[in-house]
Design a protein around this ligand. Structure first.
Ligand code: ASP
Length: 367
């Protein structure tokens, strides 16, 4: 016999053999076979009945066609007067390109995970951001990259840390999540895994850009310590797809002049990245040590989960915690209803969002 279940979308993966019908953003009906009862054609008849009532299988939250994509390109000291207009335009153009890419994945029915990966890859290709091509230099003059990704439906996650030859660390993070039993791989092991996965590898020199080299030189001479420390540039992306699922991804070169194999918050699930359909998706940027100690990404979700706060209030609470601890930076947050927040405590954060309605915005400086 088949019984009709009403389930919350956080249990989205339907039981094998169950017919399921999404009702609205947070729930779906599923037909499941129960022990000692006969199923047979009843399932078919009920399915037909429900379809006749207007329930369509495989459609979820965004069945009306709603989705949303949010990005950041790092937070830090950014003053309007000090950033030449052409440079501002270049940042906005690349942010826009990333939004358009992710939006088109979602528009064509792609998943939040696919959108996050594609969007972050665009930002990793840009030399302007501290991720992929534009990664900052370590003290030893190398580029060591970190990235992570997390899916809100399953709470599966993958990450890589301290990798030096993987062109798109976000792809490696996804591969760890999907093709390994682990969550976080580091250094040489992560490189070997990436090779086995057939991911694109590059010489470490691919990540050498003149500007980042100059930042390291200044840091060593302590002439521009403040700027280079504050000008982070990590990238992050959150997506809510038409199936009601959230996903978060973050990618970075870390912090200029980092030493001794230092790893920041970016590849640490809960610190720099979080996604959970029941609460929200979060991607952080800023002084990683503070994000790790404050478990900032998870803090937003925890405030929603345990204190029943809205996304806005939870985001304000987590930012306040970061600020009280003495940390600088910000984050983007998105819930399964499409509410979003982009708070930061620095003078700027490269950021933007796009909705299925076409509403789109990019910004750099504090309002
Ligand atoms: N959070 C990154 C790290 O500490 C840096 C950044 O976001 O700019 O590695």
């Amino acid at each position: 016999m088949w019984i009709l279940h009403l389930q919350h979308h956080s249990l989205k993966t339907p039981h094998k053999g169950a017919a399921f019908f999404f009702l609205q953003r947070n729930a779906y009906l599923s037909l499941q076979k129960h022990e000692g009862m006969k199923g047979g054609s009843l399932r078919v008849w009920l399915a037909v009945g429900l379809l006749a009532l207007g329930f369509h299988p495989g459609e979820a939250a965004g069945q009306q066609g709603t989705w949303c994509l949010v990005i950041h390109g790092g937070a830090g000291v950014m003053e309007r007067e000090k950033m030449p207009p052409e440079r501002q335009q270049a940042y906005l153009r690349d942010l826009d390109r990333a939004l358009t890419t992710g939006d088109s994945v979602l528009r064509h029915g792609g998943t939040a995970l696919e959108a996050v990966e594609a969007t972050v890859m665009v930002l990793e290709n840009s030399p302007l951001f501290n991720a992929g091509r534009g990664a900052v230099f370590s003290w030893e003059g190398k580029n060591e990259l970190d990235a992570s990704v997390m899916e809100g439906a399953s709470r599966k996650a993958g990450a890589v840390a301290g990798v030096t030859t993987i062109r798109h660390p976000i792809r490696a993070a996804r591969a760890v999540m999907e093709h390994s039993p682990h969550v976080l791989l580091s250094g040489r092991g992560a490189e070997i895994f990436a090779r086995e996965q057939g991911l694109e590898r590059v010489n470490n020199r691919y990540f050498h850009t003149r500007e980042r080299k100059a930042q390291l030189r200044s840091l060593k001479k302590k002439t521009r310590e403040r700027e280079s420390r504050d000008n982070h540039g990590t990238v992050g992306c959150l997506a809510l797809d038409r199936y009601g699922n959230l996903c978060a991804g973050t990618s970075t070169g870390g912090m200029t002049g980092k030493r001794y194999g230092r790893i920041g918050d970016t590849p640490l699930i809960g610190a720099g990245t979080w996604a959970d359909n029941a609460t929200c998706a979060v991607s952080c940027t800023g002084h990683g040590e503070f994000f790790i100690r404050g478990n900032i990404a998870r803090e937003v979700a925890a405030l929603m989960e345990y204190k029943g706060k809205t996304l806005q209030d939870a985001s304000a609470g987590a930012l306040e915690k970061l600020t009280t601890m003495g940390g600088t930076g910000g984050f983007i947050a998105l819930d399964a209803r499409g509410n979003l927040a982009m708070p930061f405590n620095t003078s700027g954060m490269f950021r933007g969002y796009i909705r299925s309605t076409g509403e789109k915005e990019t910004a750099i400086f504090a309002p």
